[in-house]
Design a protein around this ligand. Sequence first.
Ligand code: HEM
Length: 241
Amino acid sequence: MTYASYLALDELLRLQRPRSKPEHPDELLFIIVHQSSELWFRLILHELDALIGLMEAKDTLGALTSVRRVNALVHIVTGQLSALETLPPQRFAQFRGYLGTSSGSQSVQFRAIEAKSGMRDEHFLQALKQHGEIPLLVKDALEKPTLQQLYDDLLVAHNVTLEQVYSEAHQRPLQMLAEGLLEYEQGFAMWRFLHVQLVERIIGPLTSGTGGTLGSKYLQKTISQRFFPKLWDVRSKFFQG
Ligand code: HEM
């Protein structure tokens, strides 16, 4: 076994295939940031499955450890966007045509992450149907309980309310898990925000996406979506009256 064979480097490094002719010097950057994002998405999905398993088993501390890893991964995939901030608009324009109708909105793994996390609203379900049949990975995720539902089940198992979790000292593990999930939501929203900024920085606020959407206008709408509405709502309870 060698480093190269263990990691299947021969195959891995053959998978970056710029389409532009003559090859545009910036297309490799574009491909690698997208491919590595998909690799991190794969790991995020894997770790979300672990988190879901721990929550189903009502293992609060295990879930807390797990959500910390998920959050570290989301931060990494978000940080990668900065590499594309070095791609100026006129240079992207030189090879954008070679992408055809391919678009990030067709990312099955991204949709599966959203579905596992808890997206169920109309805008999301419409986006899923936009590219025909809903992929199996996403369908499976849609049939399973969301992270919010699993957290609610944990509360039932401990016979406590969300408000008590935040006010009773001995409920601290459940509170820490709620905070970990909230950080996950914030991290994900940060990806959405920086991605829209990137899109506007490169193609501007009015250019349509290659996926045929209204580009950044469509993306702006997704920023306010929440995986854990109850975790946000509970905060206002401490400021009433
Ligand atoms: C040059 C940089 C980029 C540009 C100009 C860009 C542009 C866009 C646009 C215009 C959309 C809206 C859908 C459409 O009509 O095509 C979109 C969606 C999307 N892009 Fe990008 N993108 C860039 C980089 C990335 C990267 C690095 C990723 C990482 C995988 C990514 C993943 C996605 C995903 C997942 C969506 C769907 C988002 C949603 O529906 O909430 N994009 N992108």
